[in-house]
Write a protein that binds this ligand. Sequence first.
Ligand SMILES: [Fe+2]
Ligand SMILES: [Fe+2]
Length: 259
Amino acid sequence: MARKILIVEDEKHFHDLYKEMLEGKGYDILSAYDGDEAMEKVEQKKPDLIIMDIKLDLVKGDTVFQYLKGIPEYANLPVIIVSAFSQRDYKSLEDIDPKVVYIEKYKLTEEILLEELEKKLKNKISEVLEWEDKFSVGISMIDEEHKKIIGLLNKAICVKEQNGNPEELREVLREITNYVLTHFKTEESYMKEFNYPEYKDHKEEHRIFSNETTAYKDKVIKGDYQIANEIIEYLKWWLVNHIQVTDKKYTDCFKRNGL
Ligand SMILES: [Fe+2]
Ligand SMILES: [Fe+2]
């Protein structure tokens, strides 16, 4: 099946130029001329990759990009940004997705576009998650647990990508779910012990996540193997966001109490 590429560009001249570069190369080309239309097309047509300008009319490209990164189903959708602005002006986008590809509009050639496109499409599902300093909550014992979770998640990605053995995948999903639940218990017991003021809200986030993952895992165990990609993307998205936002809030409190 041909891979679907969505071109989001409000200047017709550039839009047609990208289209021309990709035509006859075995892709299905979809078009959107502003940010609203882009989001609509993503939902309706489920593209495999987006080529997007930043300075669009009405809803801007960076808004679309942030919207995509906030939804688990689309968070891993590769986006190539092509803009007349320099990358420096959009440095903040790298915090949302460090793997963002940014090409300056006037430097774009057919060769560069095709090369970046193939690289991105190849990595689309198999991207493992590397531990980065920004994931650290500043407490080594908790960091070690988070590293183990990321390691298990990578194991699931590798099983899915390399041999696709359903039994092995089921096993690693069971392993992740069990380990994450143990990790939640560790965090919650410290929060309780240290009278952490946001204990209830944090615990609620854990509870919602546990229910979602258990439901997903049960579907895979019952044989819905196709859902495996969705669960892996969901796990990745949730963990990265939860660790970087919610978990980091307890650092001061935990440290004050001697952790
Ligand atoms: Fe955590
Ligand atoms: Fe947590």
